[in-house]
Design a protein around this ligand. Structure first.
Ligand code: COA
Length: 316
C-alpha cells in the first residue's frame, strides 16, 4: 500500500510587502535583499488556520473527495494561532472533515515530515489524509530586525492523499534532526525569531544535499533523473549551492521564493502546487522535495508524479 495524490491547493494573504516597502523602515535595500536572498516580495496577513482552510479547501475541491471521508488532517506549522487548542482542530471543523486532526511542528521541514507520516498511516489502513503546511511567520518576526524581517512571509499549501494498492507515489524519504544546532535559529513562546544567518546557511546546504542524496540512494535514482527539485524556499543561494552539489540544474527547481519569501512549512507545498499548476509535471516524472529548518531538522521525499483522475472520477 502507498499514497497517491488526488488534489492540491495553496493560499497566500492578499497584502503584498515589497522590498521597497521594507526600505522605508529598515536600513536595507531592494538590491541587497534580492542579491543575498532572491526575495522580491512576501505576502502577510490572515491567521494560520485561515490560510490552512483556504489551501485545504482548494485541495479537497480539486480532488473531488468528500471532506467527511478524510481519516486524518495533519497541519504542519510552527506558528499555530493559539497554544491550545491545536490550529488543526479549527481547520478540521471549518472544512467539515472526518477523522482526526493534529498539528505537527518540525519547523521548515514540517510539510515533508507530515507527508512521510501520512504515507505510513495510509500504508497501515487509513483511506484518505489531508496534509497542510501553513504559517503566519509575520507574527513572530521582529519587523525592526533587518537580519530576519526581510526573509519571512505567510502562506499555506495542501495535498489530498489517498491509499493506493501497490508501491504508491512515495518512492523514498529521509527525516532527521540535529539538536546540537538548535540555538542557531529559535523563537521563544511569545517572542521573535532569532537567527545566526551565516551558520544556518552553511549547515542548510550540507543537510539538504546529504538528505537528498540519501533519499535518492534509497530509491536507486540518479540526480540526473530528477525532473523537478522542490527545495525549501529560504534563500536562492542555498538552493543554487545545493543544486550545484547534487548535479541538478537550477532550471529544474520549483521556485516561488521571489514572491513569497520563506514561509516555513508552507514553502514546499506552495512551490510544488505552483509547478503543478504551471503544467511542469508529466506522468512518471520524479519529484524530489527537500527541506531544512530550525532544530535543525531536515526532510526529503521522492515522488513519482501521476496525474490524479478527474475530480468527478475521484471516489468520495
Ligand atoms: N540589509 C542590508 N544589510 C544587511 C541586512 C539587510 N537586510 N541583513 C544583514 N545585513 C548586513 C550584515 O549586518 C552584514 O554587515 P557587516 O558585514 O557590517 O556585519 C552584511 O550585511 C553581510 O551579512 P551576512 O550575514 O554575511 O550576509 P549573508 O550573505 O550571509 O546573507 C542571510 C544573510 C541572512 C540572507 C543569509 O545568511 C541566509 O539566508 N542565511 C540562512 C537563513 C535562513 O535560511 N533561515 C531560515 C532557515 S529555515
Amino acid at each position: 500500500m502507498g499514497l497517491r495524490i488526488l488534489g492540491w491547493g495553496s493560499a497566500l494573504p492578499e497584502k503584498v510587502v515589497t522590498n521597497h516597502d521594507l526600505e522605508k523602515t529598515l536600513d536595507t535595500s531592494d538590491e541587497w535583499i534580492r542579491e543575498r536572498s532572491g526575495i522580491g516580495e512576501r505576502r502577510i496577513g490572515e491567521s494560520t488556520a485561515e490560510l490552512a482552510i483556504a489551501a485545504g479547501r482548494a485541495a479537497l475541491e480539486r480532488s473531488g473527495v468528500e471532506p467527511a471521508s478524510v481519516d486524518l488532517m495533519v497541519l504542519a506549522t510552527t506558528t499555530p494561532d493559539q497554544q491550545v487548542p491545536a490550529s488543526s482542530a479549527h481547520v478540521h471543523y471549518e472544512l467539515g472533515l472526518g477523522g482526526g486532526a493534529c498539528d505537527l511542528n518540525a519547523a521548515c521541514s514540517g510539510f515533508v515530515y507530515a507527508l512521510v507520516m501520512a504515507n505510513g498511516l495510509l500504508e497501515s489502513g487509513a483511506n484518505r489524509v489531508l496534509v497542510v503546511g501553513a504559517e503566519t511567520l509575520s507574527r513572530i518576526t521582529d519587523w525592526s530586525d533587518r537580519n530576519t524581517a526581510v526573509l519571512f512571509g505567510d502562506g499555506g499549501g495542501a495535498l489530498v492523499l489517498e491509499r493506493e494498492a501497490g508501491e504508491g507515489q512515495l518512492l523514498g524519504w529521509d527525516l532527521g534532526v540535529d539538536a546540537s544546532a538548535r540555538e542557531i535559529l529559535e523563537c521563544d513562546i511569545g517572542g521573535f525569531i532569532r537567527m545566526d544567518g551565516r551558520e544556518v546557511f552553511k549547515r542548510a546546504v550540507r543537510v539538504l544535499v546529504d538528505s537528498a542524496k540519501r533519499t535518492l540512494a534509497q530509491a536507486k535514482v540518479r540526480p540526473e533523473d530528477v525532473k523537478l527539485l522542490v527545495p525549501h524556499q529560504a534563500n536562492i543561494r542555498i538552493i543554487q549551492a545545493a543544486c550545484d552539489r547534487l548535479g541538478i540544474p537550477e532550471e529544474r527547481t520549483a521556485l516561488v521564493l521571489h514572491r513569497t519569501g520563506n514561509t516555513s512549512s508552507a514553502s514546499i507545498p506552495l512551490a510544488l502546487v505552483d509547478a503543478i499548476e504551471a503544467g511542469r509535471l508529466e506522468d512518471g516524472d520524479l519529484v524530489l522535495m527537500t527541506g531544512f529548518g530550525a532544530g535543525m531538522t531536515w526532510g526529503s521525499a521522492l515522488l513519482r508524479w501521476q496525474s490524479p483522475p478527474s475530480a468527478s472520477g475521484a471516489s468520495a
